[in-house]
Design a protein around this ligand. Structure first.
Ligand code: NAD
Length: 457
């Protein structure tokens, strides 16, 4: 399997893909070793994973450059991602013991009732490329903390990072047999779906997620899906600093080249501030430095996948053909690498793909609305349900909209943000189940109810 640098289109590595028999071997090793891993005290697993976090810190420059070389994100954003992963590991390892320990529900003379949290067993994690550290850590850290064995399949676009993660987990003390990496693309993923894992944890597109859910359903094991979004953002007329709101919301749309599951994908603006907002927004987008991701100060690098260039071109063609105005950008850049101009469209509507289908690139549609009611109506017109944001001086006004939306995350005066303390979960076509927070730790265990007669107090 060739690894391509999206900034240059050069082959930077060639890896041996896994085969059905190498995957079987890895699975057998995991099966054999998982039970003794689970029998170690949770404190030991915690300290190993804390060591992993220290190794990320020590090696951050090397890891960031590997990440940038295969996904094309600006070097500073690669560093930010690894730092974000370290913060998440901090929260998960500080709180793991609390949420994984047995819980007494009843302790009376003669009767004890207790919940024990047992690991699922050997789980399969099929992952995405856009934030390989963050989406990886969301799954394999709590899974390992809880005593599971993990077969981790990084995306084929982030395979080198997957191998770096494996190396550091093992240097930190995770036993060789407890964490295994599968290298390859969809065909390797397909083989994993046929194997008897005790749980499937998927991060990726709606299309693949739905397929995986259908394929693993007969196994009757947990299957959790973290999928895409078409996340809306509304700017109400009472925001005080339009310039900074425009800059902050543009960042929410264009950070990581718009390739974030929770990137702002649609913007609605109250008509009374619309013109000023759009002017500031476009000014901000035009100020972005686009270029080679290893160059200092670059904010927009190449797209990770060549195919996405066509998707964006089609969305823009569709929108302009239906009456949208192109305020900046609009086409691929004429140079080596998968570069696309940061693009802003106005006069958009919900008949256009750009307001309905996940763009996953540096392109945004901005639409004028007459009031909160119209904003709410348009925000909820989507098959996805990941996040939604409202910018307003009034929390009550924002909550009034956010509480009515069927999304897993709601943002007031912020966007494109994830916290380890809060559950990360999608609704509708954005998936189900949750990572992070205590719900995301408990996702990797099954409760066992102990009824204990004869307990002495
Ligand atoms: P993708 O669905 O193309 O691939 C995801 C993973 O599935 C990869 O490892 C891929 O090799 C594997 N795969 C593909 N076909 C398969 C098959 N038939 N059987 C088994 N495995 C298969 O998604 P992607 O392009 O890697 O990621 C981008 C998508 O992920 C976007 O839609 C984004 O919004 C979403 N995402 C969601 C979250 C979240 O937390 N909700 C986080 C990051 C990314």
């Amino acid at each position: 399997m060739h690894v391509i640098n999206p900034a240059t289109e050069a082959i930077i590595a060639t890896l041996q893909e896994d085969t059905a028999s190498s995957l079987q071997e890895k699975f057998q090793r995991l099966k054999k070793a998982q039970k003794s891993w689970a029998q170690q005290p949770v404190q030991e697993r915690t300290s190993i994973l804390k060591k992993f976090s220290s190794l990320l810190t020590e090696n951050i420059e090397h890891l960031a450059s590997v990440l940038t070389s295969e996904v094309g994100k600006p070097l500073q954003q690669s560093r930010n991602e690894i730092k974000g992963a370290i913060t998440r590991i901090g929260w998960l390892t500080d709180n793991g013991e609390k949420y994984l320990s047995h819980e007494w529900m009843t302790q009376e003379e003669g009767l004890g009732e207790q919940i024990a949290y047992e690991p699922l067993g050997v789980i399969c994690n099929i992952s995405a490329w856009n934030y390989p550290y963050l989406v990886g850590v969301n799954v394999f850290i709590p899974a390992l903390l809880a005593g599971n064995g993990v077969l981790y399949k990084p995306s084929e676009y982030a395979a080198l990072t997957g191998l770096e993660i494996e190396k550091l987990l093992k240097s930190a003390g995770v036993p060789d047999e407890v964490f295994q990496v599968a290298i390859g693309a969809a065909p390797v993923g397909e083989v994993l779906l046929d194997m008897p894992f005790d749980g499937y944890f998927f991060t990726g597109s709606y299309r693949t997620g739905k397929y995986i859910y259908e394929r693993v359903a007969p196994k009757m094991v947990p299957c959790q899906l973290e999928l895409g979004g078409k996340d809306p953002l509304y700017v109400a007329d009472d925001v005080e600093d339009i310039k900074s709101v425009a800059a902050g919301t543009a960042d929410g749309a264009f950070y990581n080249n718009g390739q974030s599951c929770c990137a702002v994908e649609r913007i609605y603006v109250h008509e009374s501030i619309y013109d000023r907002y759009v002017e500031e927004f476009v000014k901000e987008v035009k100020s972005y430095k686009v270029g080679v991701p290893t160059e200092e100060g670059v904010y927009v690098g190449p797209l990770t996948r060549k195919d996405q260039v066509k998707v964006l071109e089609n969305q823009i063609k569709d929108a302009v053909g239906k009456g949208a105005s192109l305020l900046t950008g609009g086409k691929p850049m004429q140079k080596n690498g998968f570069y696309f101009e940061p693009t802003v469209l106005t006069n958009v509507n919900h008949q256009m793909q750009v307001m309905q289908e996940e763009s996953f690139g540096p392109i945004i549609g901005i639409m004028k609305v007459k009031d909160d009611q119209e904003a709410l109506h348009l925000m909820e017109d989507t098959s996805y349900g990941l996040t939604a944001a409202v910018y307003s001086k009034s929390m009550e006004r924002a909550e009034n909209i956010l509480s009515r939306l069927n999304t897993g995350t709601a943002y007031w005066n912020c966007c494109d943000r994830v916290s380890a303390a809060l559950p990360w979960s999608g609704r509708k076509n954005s998936g189900f189940g949750s990572t992070l927070s205590y719900t995301g730790i408990r996702a990797f265990v099954r409760p066992k109810a102990y009824h204990l007669r004869g307990l002495k107090k």
